[in-house]
Structure formats: C-alpha cells, structure tokens
Write a protein that binds this ligand. Structure first.
Ligand SMILES: [Zn+2]
Length: 398
C-alpha cells in the first residue's frame, strides 16, 4: 500500500519546523534560567548620583518648559542614539495652560523610543511598554525627585540596554532560519518618558498628567493601515508598565488589576529568585510584591492612586502599576519633600529594581539562550555557575 499522494520530504521538515515554532509560541512567557539571571548586566557606576552615566544627568530640576527639562530630554535622546541606535525615537509635543502660567501655554514634551522586529509592519507589533515620568515638581524650590521619577527612568534605560544585544541575536537567528513572520504575535518594546505628571498648584483632573493625557488622546486618534493586526498605537500596547516612586528601601508594591495580576506574579517570582540566588543587593527580608500569593480574582488593593496610567486605562490599555505605596505606610517618607533627591535614594534598591525590570523584559521577550555570558564573572556569578553545572551534571547522571 502507498499513500494516494506523495509529500516531498522537504515539505515535511518545513511543517515540522513550523509546528515546533508554533508549539514554542503557545507558551507565551518563558522563564529565564538561574544562569541567565545571574549573568545579567549590572549598572555598576552608571547609577552613581554624581557622575553616573545613566542616573546623574536626570538628578536635576526638570520642570516642564525649562532648560533643565530640555537637558534631560537630550540625555534620553543621546542615550538611545548612541547606546541603542536601532531604536526609533520620537517626541510627542503638546501645550497647555497651567494654574501658574498666567494664561500662557506651557510646552510638554514626551519622549518615546520603540524597537520592533525589523521585518514587521508597524501595525502588527504588540509592545511591552515601560513608562515613567521625567518632569519634576515645581515646588518646593529645588525639588529633584529622585524616586519621583529620576530613578525609575534610569532603571528602564538600564533594562533596555541590558537586553538589546540578546534581542538582536534572537531576531537575527529567526531571520537566518527564515522562521520570522510565523509568530502568532510580533513582539516589540517601547519606552515612554512622560512630561508634566506633576501638578503645578494642586492635584486636580486638569492640573496633573499633562503629558499622559495628551499622548493617550493623540494615540487614540491614530489608526494603523487597514489589515493591520492592531487598530492603533493604544491597542498595540500589550502591557503598560508604569514605574513611579521607586528607589526607597523595602518597597511595598500592591497588585491593582485582575487582568495583569499574572504579570505582577511573574515579577514577584523573579524577586524571590534574585533573593535566593543572592543577587539582590538591598537585602530586605520582606517581599516587595505583597500580593504575589493572592488570587487575582480577590484583589482588594487599598487606595486609588492617581498616576500616568489613568488616561491609558480609561481607553482600555492593560496596566501594571509599580508604585511604592501601602495603606499602612503610605508613600515613601521623602515623597514630595525636598529630601527626595539623589542622596536619599537607596542605591542598592535602585540597582535591584533595574535588575528586576531587566529580567522581566528578558522573560517577556523570550530571550533565554540569547545572552552572552559575561567575560569575567563576579565571584557570586562563579558560585551560581557552579551550582548550575552541578544541577546539570546531576540531570545527566539521572
Ligand atoms: Zn510626584
């Protein structure tokens, strides 16, 4: 007996290859190994508050429309142009009157950087979007805003540069094997540094969130070409991760939304792993992600927090809000005081956050296997590499 038709072996292997790719894609979130976690790039001196390449240029007053704001915006643009040249950067400008502007328009300038798979059309990419505001509060005079939100901006910058080479390697490998374009959803990354989050006088619906309100409205009007996977820039945000008030010791992060609780739990799991691998510097025994063990259907976060996510949430964007707040402790003690500066940051915690965000992005983009091992691992890396080797050899014996 023979089949009624003959399938050439080449076609069989192509289909087999496709099946493997599709099977891999069903598991949309791939955990990274201990080895990879241990080898992730650390910020080292780049978070030095006086001359660190990433953080120190942000630690200055940067009230919307002032030279300080322009300098920080230039810092972001320079960073992406030189360190991450394959990213697309754009500025979204708007103007608004504020209670202190005497009827004059104040400019608000959002910074947006995007990295999509090189073969994908703009409307076909679902993006993990990392967001922080970069403006500083106008009062008290000289307010710097270390946790609010200079440090979160630097954490995001570090995470993006730490995964960029691995992402490039993965996309090149897909291209080489001609496996690109078969993914259920093309995945990209986006960074948004928002202007005008702070109120000028007193927080109201119109005196706050100037940049995020303008951007959400602008993107709501944008439509991608017909036949695109996504309707416009808002629907192409798979997850909007907002970092705010981070950089004080022992933060408390609540889970606010049932639909993104799973992503919150991933961060909680990574925190646990970093701690057990002894790769967290800040050494706080308490878990940062206090709702990790809670059922997503029974979340009861206390306190409605007004922040840059609201204009996006109102338009149906999925939100993960990472803000140091609990009803018992409130915000960190330096919040909106002159003490919220570089000196009052807990730099170990700032670094740990940057590693956590890096690992989260690495898992989201499924980058396991695409990171180069560091050339001169730290002693702690040696130790974990040995443990991993041991684990692997045990596995082989079995
Ligand atoms: Zn603030």
């Amino acid at each position: 007996m023979s089949p009624a038709y003959h399938i050439p072996p080449g076609i069989v292997s192509l289909w087999l290859g496709l099946l493997i790719v599709l099977f891999t894609c069903v598991d949309a979130y791939e955990e990274i190994s201990d080895n990879t976690l241990s080898g992730l790039l650390r910020p080292n001196n780049d978070f030095d508050i006086h001359n660190g390449a990433l953080l120190s240029p942000i630690l200055r007053t940067r009230v919307p429309g002032t030279p300080g704001s322009t300098a920080v915006l230039n810092h972001f643009a320079d960073f992406f142009r030189t360190t991450l040249p394959k990213w697309t950067i754009e500025f979204h400008n708007s103007t608004a009157k504020t209670p202190l502007s005497n009827g004059k328009d104040v400019p608000f300038r959002n910074f947006i950087a995007t990295r999509d798979p090189p073969w994908a059309s703009v409307g076909d990419v679902g993006r993990l979007t990392l967001v922080a505001h970069y403006d500083s509060k106008i009062a008290p005079e000289g307010f710097i805003g270390g946790i609010d939100s200079a440090a979160p901006c630097a954490m995001i910058m570090h995470a993006m540069r730490s995964i960029d080479a691995a992402l490039e390697k993965k996309w090149s490998a897909l291209k080489e094997q001609e496996l690109y374009g078969y993914l259920e959803e093309e995945r990209g990354l986006q960074v948004i540094f928002l202007d005008g989050e702070e109120a000028f006088k007193e927080w109201t619906a119109t005196d706050s969130l100037y940049g995020s309100r303008a951007l959400a409205t602008h993107w709501d009007d944008q439509v991608y070409p017909a036949m695109s996977e996504f309707k416009g820039p808002l629907s192409s945000i798979s997850l909007f991760v907002l970092l705010d008030l981070l950089g004080s010791k022992s933060p408390t992060i609540q889970s606010y939304y049932e639909t993104t609780h799973w992503a919150y739990q991933r961060l909680g799991a990574l925190e646990k792993r970093f701690k057990s691998l002894k790769h967290f510097k800040s050494n706080s025994a308490d878990s940062w992600f206090i709702d990790t063990e809670n059922d997503g259907h029974r979340l009861a976060p206390m306190g409605g927090i007004q922040d840059d996510h609201l204009p996006f949430l109102a338009k149906g964007v999925e939100i993960l809000h990472l803000i140091d707040y609990s009803p018992f402790k409130g915000f960190p003690p330096v919040w909106h005081t002159i003490d919220d500066d570089g000196e009052h940051l807990d730099l170990d915690t700032v670094e740990d956050w940057s590693m956590l965000v890096t690992a989260f992005v690495a898992e989201w983009m499924e980058l396991e296997g695409f990171f180069d091992r560091p050339s001169s691992p730290s002693p702690r890396n040696d130790e974990s590499a040995e443990l991993e080797a041991l684990r692997l050899s045990r596995k082989t014996e079995l």
